[in-house]
Design a protein around this ligand. Structure first.
Ligand code: AMP
Ligand code: MG
Length: 338
């Protein structure tokens, strides 16, 4: 299959909409990461997403919408808590899980009785959903397991030849996937951290539980509230270790590896000169928004450089940095040293 690279013109949006309406796959920009979209109401089209990405069948997809009337059709009911969240955070990087209506094919929800829905804050994505006239199921537009794509070139590197088109909307501003909260459980529960922080959610909802899988590895046999959290994720080819502590202890840890020709540091911007290994940086230490925007690109860059062993400076564990830490933790297979 020849993958068309489309620009952001009106014509391109119509071309992409045509692919989607006829059951095809199109990668689309959002403010979080690029999504691999198909008509969410067409089970055959949705099945193609799993095939193109090599995604495990039991990992459900997020449905992207452009209006609240689309939400009403996709869920059984909209609780007051959901209304408050959509009013404050949509369009934006917050995915809400609710009991699904009969319109949602099993392929989208991976057999669960809930559905994850989000209204993205990206004009091209919203225009495309409106032009297609249907909600779009869209997981991240990467091969399953590799870092999520934050620009059209990342999508092409993974999916060229496997999908109909990529709509190029430039680099994603947020750079990590949406916050996922479920309102289908007894208490609101955060399943995945993102740019909408636990602090912001608690301001609106009061108590919000944090799913244990956000910060720790599921034990064998333990059920995942969000199936995606049990899979290896975001991983470059190198083995990554996260080093907690200050720059000095980081450097002390690195001493043993200074002669290793394929060892790299994944550090904060500005630290490069002080570290005894070749460095790839992912934003300034005090700027979690820069870290989020650059992390996945930095992980891909380490692959390009042939890194085999990577030592990463540790992000903070609150606010947006919690999302950065959560992704890095999975890229490192939970290997954290103090
Ligand atoms: P992706 O779009 O690739 O970032 O993946 C979507 C994430 O949302 C995955 O971690 C899924 O497991 C999670 N997700 C989607 N739908 C549901 C649902 N109905 N219940 C729980 N988690 C979900
Ligand atoms: Mg993904």
């Amino acid at each position: 299959m020849n993958t068309l690279l489309l620009n952001s013109s009106k014509e391109s949006i119509l071309t992409a909409a045509k692919f989607l309406k006829s059951g095809g796959l199109c990668a689309i920009p959002t403010e979080t990461v690029y999504g691999l979209a198909a008509n969410a109401l067409d089970s055959g089209a949705v099945a193609k997403i799993f095939a193109a990405k090599g995604r495990p069948q039991d990992n459900p997809l997020i449905v992207h919408i452009a209006s609240l009337s689309m939400l009403e059709e996709l869920v059984l009911y909209i609780p007051d808590s959901a209304r408050r969240l959509t009013q404050r955070f949509w369009p934006g990087p917050l995915t809400i899980i609710l009991p699904k209506s009969g319109k949602i094919p099993n392929e989208v929800s991976a057999g669960l009785d809930t559905v994850a829905v989000r209204m993205p804050a990206h004009s091209l994505a919203l225009e495309l959903i409106t032009a297609a006239g249907v909600p779009l199921a869209a997981p991240s537009a990467n091969l399953s397991g590799s870092p999520s794509p934050t620009c059209a070139a990342h999508v092409m590197a993974d999916l060229n030849g496997r999908i109909d088109a990529v709509l190029d909307g430039g680099s994603c501003t947020v750079g990590v996937e949406s916050t996922v909260i479920t309102l289908a459980s007894e208490k609101p529960r955060l399943l995945r951290p993102g740019a909408v922080t636990p602090e912001q959610l608690r301001e609106l909802l009061g108590e919000v539980e944090i799913d244990p899988a956000v910060l720790s590895q599921l034990q064998a046999g333990e059920a995942a509230s969000s199936p995606g959290m049990k899979y290896k994720h975001y991983a470059p080819k190198a083995r990554i270790t996260i080093i907690e502590g200050d720059l000095q202890s980081f450097n002390e840890y690195l001493q043993a590896y200074s002669k290793h020709s394929k060892a790299f540091a994944l550090c904060f911007e500005g630290e490069e000169g002080a570290i005894p290994l070749p460095c790839v940086s992912y934003g300034r230490q005090e700027c979690p928004d820069e870290q989020a925007a650059r992390l996945f690109d930095a992980l891909r860059r380490l692959d390009e450089l042939g890194a085999e062993r990577v030592f990463a400076r540790c992000p903070a564990k609150e606010g947006l940095a919690l999302a950065v830490y959560n992704r890095l933790l999975r890229a490192a297979g939970f290997d954290v040293r103090n």
